[in-house]
Design a binder for this molecule. Structure first.
Ligand code: G6Q
Length: 583
């Protein structure tokens, strides 16, 4: 075989032989079969696949069809084009598709070996090839009796040991048994972390606030801008404050700078006795050595593993703040929700597989219609940080232009994901979605039952979801506008072209379980996209260059002597200007 097209790492013959020897072990057998299948994956580009070419031709046929016609020709499509799975209901009938589109997209998934790739992820193959790691976030929610092997070791017992340790700690803090240095119980919790060590915890805290212990105050500090830490701690009593330093590497500039400043803040008031740090700082990390150097006892460290990517880590120990807020039992329910969606993704046939269908639909718009963005619009205030969370999940994962084989792609990859909770967005940017020149597929997310009940509010909220999806799809013709008596000169401005596609996801109620399902849904949409695009969704080299340059520039800004600068003329001038006015 030609390794240029090998999507994953080269498999040494010895390993294959070993796999034969332990063929009685089902996992190894599955791995072997997957490798055998993937060995057949030899295509230079997805654009050369028969399904891709058929989709291109099909796009030419369908691009001028309006959703109005599609519904006229197929009046029951709303009752037909849906998927109900794990208690989530997806209506995808308002997409610019026919049954043939779905057939061709499913063919594309098969030609890209999506099934085998999904299996490769779940069994712990090192699919993150550039970092030689598995991407095993799905193991974080595996049941206690599962067996998932990484480098010959079942990782499930360790995962449950950490969960038990987290539960024990959370029970102590929540019950007031965990006392601060002066003997007061903890009332405020500050999570210090950035990127994947922040966005998941903040989003989950906000999303599940309804279930949280209101006696505890939660703050999240991520930015190196001092304002973040200063404002977060301004009204807190150090004697009642617990810091969680969340950093996989425990070397991240922002997090470690904030953690050191938090330590100073605490020590100014409680003194420098190491016991003060022991009672007021815990760590979530994979790096025990750096945690110890910082002064945190490793007994107060909650571990995770290199096969958990930052943006896939909110259900690992990185979720410690979430567990403190909602309690261990609810955290377990969150994990159960993730697991249900995992099981669905792994086992459901693709034509009824929610993440697969949504992933393929996004490919349809991004690669054939040329859409550049996807809007995610949750009609639930508690999900206000969900779009921000998804931005990292989607864009850091699939913002790649190099394929697994090291060659550049010749098609578009990751779209821009963005959004705001409804109905607020309707009074700002929806204008562009309705009448602008860009095609923006939308995912509406709504809940059948409200958490906070005030008469009429929820029905009005949900009516807006349905109304927006309907207006986007069907619009309003010039004839309809004129029938309303609108003056001819104004009529064109009042036309809604329609034909704007959307998905509507209905969830029964926002609970820890349903949040887990929603997050896992998008994780697997991202996986589906990455598998089709043949890219590595699990590395993030794109963040490195800026980080390295900043390290070089910091001393140039702080140097009391005028430094000799070797940047481009723009950067040199900016540095000089800043130095002139900084205090
Ligand atoms: C996520 C990325 C990144 C990471 C942060 C924080 O997938 O890897 O966002 O989470 O850079 O890293 P640490 O947890 O190591 O501080």
């Amino acid at each position: 075989m030609n390794f240029q097209y090998w999507p994953y790492r080269k498999i040494p013959d010895a390993e294959i032989a070993t796999t034969h020897l332990v063929a009685s072990n089902t996992v190894h057998l599955i791995c072997f079969l997957i490798k055998e299948t993937l060995m057949k994956t030899e295509y230079s580009s997805i654009t050369a696949l028969p399904s891709w070419q058929a989709l291109q031709n099909h796009y030419q046929e369908i691009k001028d069809h309006h959703l109005r016609e599609l519904f006229q020709d197929d009046p029951l499509r709303g009752e037909r084009l849906f998927v109900e799975a794990t208690d989530l209901y997806l209506d995808y009938s308002k997409n610019r598709i026919t049954d043939q589109t779905i057939q061709l997209l499913l063919q594309l998934a098969n030609e890209c070996h999506l099934k085998e790739r999904i299996e490769a992820m779940f069994v712990g193959q090192k699919i993150n090839t550039t970092e030689d790691r598995a991407a095993l976030h799905t193991a974080l929610r595996a049941p206690k009796d599962a067996s998932i092997t990484v480098d010959g070791k079942n990782v499930v017992p360790e995962i449950h040991d950490v969960l038990d340790k987290m539960s024990d700690f959370c029970d102590k803090v929540r019950s007031g048994m965990w006392l601060g240095h002066t003997g007061k119980p903890i009332r405020s919790i500050v999570n210090i972390g950035i990127g994947g060590s922040d966005l998941g915890p903040v989003m989950a805290y906000e999303a599940l606030k309804f279930y949280s212990d209101r006696k505890l105050t939660f703050r999240f500090v991520s930015n190196i801008d001092a304002t973040d830490l200063v404002e977060a701690t301004l009204d807190l009593d150090p004697a009642e404050t617990l810091f969680i330093v969340s950093s996989k590497t425990f070397t991240t500039l922002e997090t470690m700078t904030n953690a050191r400043s938090a330590k100073d803040w605490l020590q100014k008031s409680l003194g420098t006795d190491p016991q003060a740090i022991a009672k007021h700082f815990v760590a979530v990390s994979t790096n025990a050595e750096e945690v110890t150097k910082f002064g945190i006892d490793t007994n107060h460290m909650f571990g995770f593993w290199d096969w958990v990517g930052g943006r896939y880590s909110m259900d690992s120990a990185i979720g410690l703040s979430t567990m403190l807020a909602i309690g261990p039992e609810n955290f377990q329910k969150l994990l159960n929700g993730f697991r249900e969606m995992d099981d669905h993704f792994r086992s459901a046939p693709f034509e009824q597989n929610m993440p697969v269908l949504m992933g393929l639909l996004s490919i349809w718009y991004i690669n054939f219609f040329g859409a550049q963005t996807v809007a995610v619009l949750p009609y639930e205030c508690y999900l206000k940080r969900f779009p921000a969370y998804l931005q990292q999940l989607t864009m850091e994962s699939n913002g790649k232009h190099i394929k697994l084989n090291g060659q550049p792609v010749d098609y578009n990859t990751g779209a821009l994901y963005w959004g705001e909770p409804g109905t607020n967005g309707q009074h700002s940017f929806y204008q562009l979605i309705h009448q602008g020149t860009h095609l923006i597929p939308c995912d509406f997310i709504a809940f059948d039952q409200a958490l906070n009940k005030l008469e009429h509010h929820h029905d009005m909220l949900v009516a807006n979801v349905f109304a927006q999806a309907e207006a986007l799809a069907f619009g309003k013709t010039i004839e309809e506008v004129k029938m309303e008596g609108v003056a001819d000169s104004l009529a064109p401005h009042r036309v809604f072209e329609g034909n704007r596609p959307s998905n509507t996801i209905l969830v029964k109620r926002l609970t820890p379980e349903s949040l887990g399902k929603l997050v896992a849904l998008y994780e697997h949409i991202v996986f589906t996209q990455g598998a089709i695009w043949n890219i590595n969704s699990f590395d993030q080299w794109g963040v490195e260059l800026g980080k390295a340059l900043a390290q070089q520039i910091i001393p140039e800004l702080e140097n009391p002597q005028e430094p000799v600068l070797h940047h481009d003329d723009s950067t040199n001038t900016l540095i000089q200007y800043y130095r002139k006015y900084r205090k």
